[in-house]
Design a protein around this ligand. Structure first.
Ligand SMILES: *Cc1c(COP(=O)(O)O)cnc(C)c1O
Length: 382
């Protein structure tokens, strides 16, 4: 592409209402923020438990830096695997009640590393159409056959599995779909994995810390355990910090240590993050009130919008998308809310299919009931 064609392409994004712009956040990530000099109530973050700026975690980060320094200085397999990383892996495995866990620098990297370590040419991936972009990219990179089934369509999935003669098969699904907020039928997916001798990769980026009786994620929520499960979750959402992990049987984890390229060929994350995350898991395990408050807010939002004429998509999680349709209309609604001091991102193609542009309302335990009421009132007046 020439420089002139880049400019033309950007102009056409503008014309279609698809050009993305970054706002500069002047405060920590919280319900009440300051952006570009103005104050807002934000419904934009994945900080579902309100931990991103929690004083105890800020303190843990400082303590972690004092104890371990700020940089790991090497990859995990050289000499960057520090005590803080190791302890966090043990705590993560225990938290999700899996035998072993491996820390990655981000969820994007965890998915690339996991999928490319499990499958290659001659193998097949069976993926929900609405899976996160990182899972799709991982599939492409793996060179395995990439078969996508319509969202949540178990019949179509079974048909694909039955017709496949691939050596290794992997079913891959978001546990909570990131733009829709709905939950994958994990138990049924596991049954299909067992029937067709496949792995089940569950990406629990939005369920970890949220789903299940004690917030341990999709495995607790669905009541499943199996050596076929490769469980992935991120640590920059409900856990409030940064990073990700994969957990499963010790053989799976050891295989990733040997083969996952996004684990091997990169510097270990700063140990102070691992130290902070260990504290974050303790808060998640010992403070159920944060989750209880979040679920009260979810219920209040649904109640508030029930008779408003606006349509929330069916979701029982912190992600509550409001369906608008057109990209330009979604953007306009987002702008009018911003004029009333409410930040709610418009999600447009290509992130979501054409004609399903939406406002992605995400709730956090840091919101108060008055914040949600203010959003309901503003939507009611528009
Ligand atoms: C956010 C997200 C990721 C990527 O995780 P990062 O740690 O932000 O790189 C992967 N999968 C899903 C479903 C996500 O929502």
């Amino acid at each position: 592409m020439s420089p002139a064609s880049l400019a033309a392409e950007l102009a056409s994004l503008d014309a279609e209402g698809l050009r993305r712009r970054r706002r500069v956040l002047e405060t920590p990530q919280r319900a009440h923020v300051e952006v570009d000099g103005c104050e807002y109530i934000a419904f934009c973050s994945n900080d579902y438990l309100g931990l991103a700026a929690h004083p105890q975690l800020v303190e843990a980060a400082c303590e972690g830096a004092t104890l371990h320094g700020v940089g790991a200085g090497a990859s995990h397999l050289i000499l960057g695997h520090m005590r803080a990383h190791h302890n966090l892996e043990l705590a993560l495995g225990a938290f999700v009640r899996m035998p072993a866990a491996l820390l990655f620098s981000s969820g994007y990297m965890a998915n690339l590393g996991l999928i490319t370590a499990l499958v290659g040419r001659g193998d097949a991936i069976f993926a929900d159409k609405l899976n996160h972009a990182s899972l799709n990219d991982a599939a492409l990179l793996s060179r395995a056959e990439h078969k996508r089934y319509p969202h949540l369509d178990l019949t179509a999935l079974e048909r694909l599995l039955r017709g496949s003669s691939a050596r290794t098969k992997v079913i891959v699904s978001d546990a909570v779909f990131s733009m829709d907020g709905d939950i994958a039928p994990a138990r049924e997916l596991l049954q299909l994995a067992e029937r067709y001798d496949a792995w089940l990769v569950l990406d629990d980026a939005h369920g970890f810390g949220i789903l299940g009786a004690s917030g341990r994620g999709i495995l607790e929520y669905a009541g499943i355990q199996s050596p076929r499960i490769a469980y992935m979750a991120t640590l920059g959402k409900a856990a409030g910090v940064y990073g990700a992990f994969v957990s499963g049987e010790p053989e799976l984890i050891e295989t990733l240590v040997q083969r996952a390229r996004t684990y091997i060929y990169t510097t270990a994350a700063p140990p102070l993050l691992a130290h902070t995350l260990t504290r974050s898991l303790e808060i998640m395990a010992s403070d159920p009130a944060r989750r209880a408050h979040l679920f009260e807010l979810i219920a209040a939002l649904k109640r508030g919008l029930r008779d408003s004429g606006w349509r929330l998509m069916p979701s029982d999680t912190a992600i509550q998308p409001l369906l608008v349709g057109g990209a330009i209309e979604a953007l306009a609604l987002s702008k009018r809310l911003a004029q009333r001091g409410l930040l709610v991102p418009a999600i447009r193609p290509p992130t979501v299919p054409r004609g399903t542009a939406r406002l992605r309302i995400s709730l956090s335990a840091d919101h108060g009931h008055a914040d949600v009421q203010q959003l309901v009132t503003a939507l009611g007046s528009l």
